[in-house]
Design a protein around this ligand. Structure first.
Ligand code: PLP
Length: 417
């Protein structure tokens, strides 16, 4: 990032030259369009991208803060939430909202859980959320904002939440349990059925973080993948976060937060009257909410439909299986755990995997890294089906180079953000 402070130009420029500069600014960005990025972007093809983009543009100025002015957005949000609730087996009376992303959805779940406890007269200062070590940092962010504390519990040998250890970590201060479907670091779906039982037995709020899997796992399951129960079909699940801007393939700025009951949802809502401009009622953190993100999600969901999402999920799971099988055949490499969706990691006990990552980066592949254990992290999109062979050829070459040179990446730090 430039260190010199920018100044607003005195005179404006014509759009064509502004556009050229915008394109030039992206010259050194990771090349996601050609499938060389496996984190941050979920590329389902140029046609889906076009639908998402055009729908966004159609409603980019409209504001979901004003549902009376924009009944269109109220209808679209209601449709998107309804489709999500159905996909996740929500019972009658369940309710949800759209948010700007997974972090906001998780913040809303934690707020609802905290305020539900407060409504029962519980002092929530410093109250605890028991989560597997693999849970997303959004829970820590939410806890920091809301005056709570996250207790992270090491995962079991299969890289899934260790439910007995989580049970042992529950104290009278615990309000919430967390499970991921799947977790970001390993792509593993936690044993949500066991967490559901624990939540019911101890009277705790179970949040399932399906930010990555919410719009993927249902379709993978329809395709025959062995996806265990993870959603509202399990009676202990109180809330679920599911991102549309990940495997829902919508434009960025679109997620959903769902609650088993209307009452749970009410605790996330903010109501205010005490100022000179009348009542303010917002269902989520945001005030202004971009109509474009809502329209984009609505449009992509209607464009793809169940069959379209199933086809995309099939492309992703087949690519993951192909890559995992081929990587296991490369001498010195091993995959971590048994992920079943679109995300997996691999590493090595013989070679410095971060050095392998460096060689791959020089070949133009931008992917994530993990530290426990050290590994390369691939979050796959449908677009990766077409580059899997190229990736594997480059990986074999990179591994051979690191083996020959014996190089190590030293104290390279993995950074997700
Ligand atoms: C499992 C999981 N939960 C939550 C999030 C946070 O989502 P966002 O980046 O949209 O805020 C992510 C992001 O990758 C994630 O992988």
């Amino acid at each position: 990032m430039s260190e010199t402070r920018a100044a607003l130009p005195q005179q404006g420029s014509d759009w064509q030259s502004v556009r050229e500069r915008l394109v030039a600014l992206g010259a050194h960005d990771a090349n996601w369009r050609s499938g060389r990025l496996a984190v941050y972007v979920f590329h389902a093809g140029e046609d889906v991208l076009e639908v998402a983009k055009q729908a966004y543009a159609l409603y980019q100025s409209e504001n979901a803060l004003g549902p009376m002015a924009f009944p269109s957005l109220r209808q679209m949000e209601s449709d998107v939430v309804g489709m999500g609730l159905s996909l996740l087996n929500a019972p009658e009376g369940a309710r949800g909202s759209m948010t700007s992303g997974g972090t906001e959805s998780i913040l809303m779940a934690v707020k609802a859980c905290r305020d539900e406890a407060r409504s029962r007269g519980i002092d929530t200062a410093g109250a605890e959320i028991v989560a597997p070590r693999s849970a997303h940092p959004a829970f820590d962010k939410a806890a920091l904002y809301l005056g709570l504390r996250v207790v992270r519990v090491p995962v079991a040998g299969d890289l899934r939440a260790d439910v007995p250890a989580m049970a042992a970590a529950v104290t009278p201060r615990t309000l919430m349990l967390v499970g991921s479907a799947p977790c970001f670091p390993y792509g593993m779906v936690d044993p949500i059925a066991e967490l559901s039982e624990l939540a019911l037995a101890r009277g705790l709020w179970l949040h399932v973080d399906a930010c990555v899997g919410g719009y993927f796992a249902p379709f993978a399951r329809m395709n025959g993948a062995p996806v265990p129960a993870f959603d509202f079909e399990l009676p202990g699940v109180r809330s679920i976060s599911a991102d549309l801007h990940k495997y829902g393939y919508a434009a960025k700025g679109a997620s959903t937060i769902f609650h088993r009951s209307e009452e749970g949802w009410r605790h996330q809502v903010f109501e205010f009257e005490d100022w000179p401009a009348g009542g303010m009622h917002t269902p989520t953190l945001a005030g202004t909410r971009p109509g474009g993100a809502i329209a984009s999600a609505w449009a992509v969901m209607h464009y793809l439909g169940v069959e379209g999402y199933r086809e995309k999920a099939r492309a992703v799971t087949q690519t993951r299986e192909k890559l995992m099988a081929a990587i296991r055949e490369i001498d010195g490499l091993r995959t971590h755990g048994e992920p079943i969706l679109g995300l997996f990691t691999y590493g090595s006990e013989q070679l410095d995997i971060f050095a392998v990552w460096g060689r791959m980066a020089r070949r133009g592949w931008f992917t994530g890294l993990t530290t426990e254990p050290r590994g390369i992290h691939l979050m796959l999109s449908p677009a990766h089906a077409g580059v899997a062979d190229e990736y594997l050829a480059d990986l074999r070459a990179s591994v051979a180079e690191v083996r020959a040179s014996g190089e190590s990446a030293g104290d390279t730090k993995a950074r997700y953000a």
